[in-house]
Ligand binder design. Structure first.
Ligand code: C2E
Length: 524
């Protein structure tokens, strides 16, 4: 059952990653297309502007001559204007809508009638005829004609082929006061999106861009279907698809392996108590005034034939498996047994982590029964992380009972999670363990350097003493001493170590405290 579920979860992870990568790839291709289209519409609109300039210049110059007939002087002026223009193919002279002469044919034997109604009127500029086929040029190629006064010019549209896009994908239009007239390209592409300058519309099927030079009324539009875009980038698309499939497949494999290893870890953690895979390590707790070891904190470690699992991994699993109490009992009993073999000074402080969810009358009586032989010899300190459970009236009553029975109580990791300075006076405890995140850079002008003195003052007010966690160097120690923090633990005094090494440290650092230890002599 769980194998099928794991396979589904691993496959779903692979597919999800694949989908995310596909979306990212689609986003990248779309971004690239956006840049490409904005360049093209810019080119189209600027091209129109340049053509208008060219046409305007030629027509204005010729009309300024104020000629009434097409003689050789007029023809030579027309030839000159054609020569100096960039986009014009031909210039003609007309009278009463009759074409009289052109730059290519000179004076016509028979005048040709011209259409009277233009495609659109630029009002201040020339009249424009779009897509006209002129029999005397080339019947098959439609041209654009502009007329002002007696002169008309034919624009060479072959220039539009400079746009790096097929004509079926773009359109150039003239838009003035909301009236849109087709100029070049593919009709019906321009969507007339409101607003000037650059506009865009993207959907799964299509990518559309338009750009308008608002004052002049010239707009360009480009539209390409997703299929066209993908087929243009077919190589990149295929590589991306392959990559996405490969990553998806690898992710599925990794997820399956991770789930399997986690299941294995959970089963190892579950069986660990019976198989004696847990063992205790001890970290010295020091009186900061004279730097003497006055006790220790008992911490758990896990090691079996497959290797180690660290507390940050196995503690949450123990909670999830509801094994907190058998685990704590195992650790508690074994540590007391281990330490009682040594003649440690009277009142030696032994700290145990207790899960807040285990704080009930029955379990605490069980703990007391186990502790009875040791409670007069050691100062057994129960360390609890402050959470909602600890703030209930029942929990407070239990804590008071425990203290009356001879245990001491510490609030652990103070300053993280749920813990709060204003709750301090409501907690029935002896010690406050200041979390190591506050100690980390206490010697500098950090948050810790401001908060630790405040925490210490508050704790003192409610009759609690502080234990600073995670002291790693002399500077931190000196700073804590100057604040007046009473106790501390950390790598500076000793890392959590197995019993033999811990006792060795105790002996090395404060030989005089251990009065004739039976086993220590063997270690030395
Ligand atoms: N960086 C740094 N770290 C330092 C220093 N001094 C001590 N530590 C680490 O700080 C942690 C202190 O324990 P904790 O706050 O009770 O936090 C403990 C405790 O909440 C939980 N835990 C460990 N063993 C037990 C156990 O037997 N029972 C329960 N209930 N919880 C346990 O797991 C947490 C992590 O335990 P550990 O990995 O052993 O990590 C320990 C210890 O190795 C230092 O100077 N620098």
């Amino acid at each position: 059952m769980s194998t099928t579920r794991d396979t589904i979860i691993a496959a779903a992870t692979g597919v999800s990653i694949g989908m995310i990568l596909l979306l990212i790839s689609a986003g990248l291709i779309s971004f690239h297309e956006h840049k490409y289209q904005s360049q093209i519409v810019n080119q189209i609109t600027k091209f129109q502007y340049q053509v208008v300039q060219d046409v305007g210049e030629a027509l204005t110059t010729l009309n300024a001559l104020k000629v009434k007939t097409c003689d050789t002087k007029t023809l030579s002026a027309m030839q000159h204007a054609l020569f100096t223009s960039r986009f014009l193919k031909q210039i003609g002279f007309s009278q009463n809508n009759q074409l009289i002469c052109t730059t290519s044919q000179g004076l016509l034997a028979e005048p040709i009638s011209l259409k009277t109604q233009p495609t659109f009127d630029t009002f201040r500029g020339p009249k424009i005829w779009v897509d006209e086929t002129l029999p005397w040029i080339d019947k098959t190629v439609p041209v654009l004609i502009a007329q002002m006064g007696h002169f008309n010019v034919v624009v060479d549209r072959t220039y539009t082929s400079i746009f790096d896009i097929p004509e079926s994908n773009w359109q150039a239009v003239h838009r003035i006061k909301g009236n849109v007239s087709h100029v070049y390209g593919q009709k019906n592409i321009f969507e007339n999106l409101s607003g000037d300058n650059f506009q865009q519309k993207v959907s799964w099927e299509r990518h559309y861009s338009q750009y308008c030079l608002a004052k002049l009324g010239y707009c360009g539009a480009v539209s390409r279907t997703t299929r066209q875009i993908l087929s243009e980038h077919y190589r990149l698309t295929s590589i991306l698809l392959l990559l996405v499939c490969a990553i998806s497949y690898i992710t599925r494999g990794c997820a399956a392996r991770f789930i399997r290893s986690r299941r294995r870890s959970i089963s190892r953690v579950k069986q660990g108590i019976g198989k004696k895979s847990y063992y205790n390590v001890f970290q010295p707790i020091v009186n900061l005034c004279n730097e003497q070891i006055i006790g220790c904190e008992v911490l758990s470690r896990f090691k079996d034939s497959k290797g180690e699992i660290y507390p940050n991994e196995f503690i949450p699993m123990i909670k999830k498996l509801n094994l907190t109490w058998p685990f704590t009992l195992h650790m508690y009993q074994s540590a007391l047994k281990q330490l009682s073999r040594y003649e440690l000074p009277a009142g030696f402080k032994i700290g145990f982590n207790i899960f807040p969810e285990d704080l009930d009358q029955e379990k605490m009586h069980q703990l007391y029964a186990i502790s009875a032989p040791y409670i007069s010899r050691f100062n057994i300190n129960l360390e609890l992380i402050e959470d909602e459970v600890l703030n209930t009236a029942d929990a407070k009553a239990i804590l008071t009972d425990l203290r009356n029975l001879g245990f001491s109580v510490s609030i652990d990791d103070f300053g993280t999670g749920y813990s709060n300075l204003s709750h301090l006076n409501r907690l029935s405890s002896d010690f406050l363990k200041i979390d190591r995140s506050f100690i980390y850079d206490i010697e500098s002008t950090s948050l810790g350097s401001i908060l630790v003195p405040q925490i210490h003052t508050m704790a003192k007010k409610v009759g609690m003493r502080c234990i600073a966690e995670g002291i790693e160097n002399r500077a931190q120690l000196e700073q804590l001493k100057s604040i007046g923090v009473e106790f501390g633990q950390g790598w500076y005094f000793g890392k959590p170590a197995i019993l033999n090494q811990f006792i060795k440290t105790v002996k090395e650092k404060q030989n005089q405290w251990i009065a004739q230890p039976r086993r220590i002599l063997n270690i030395a």
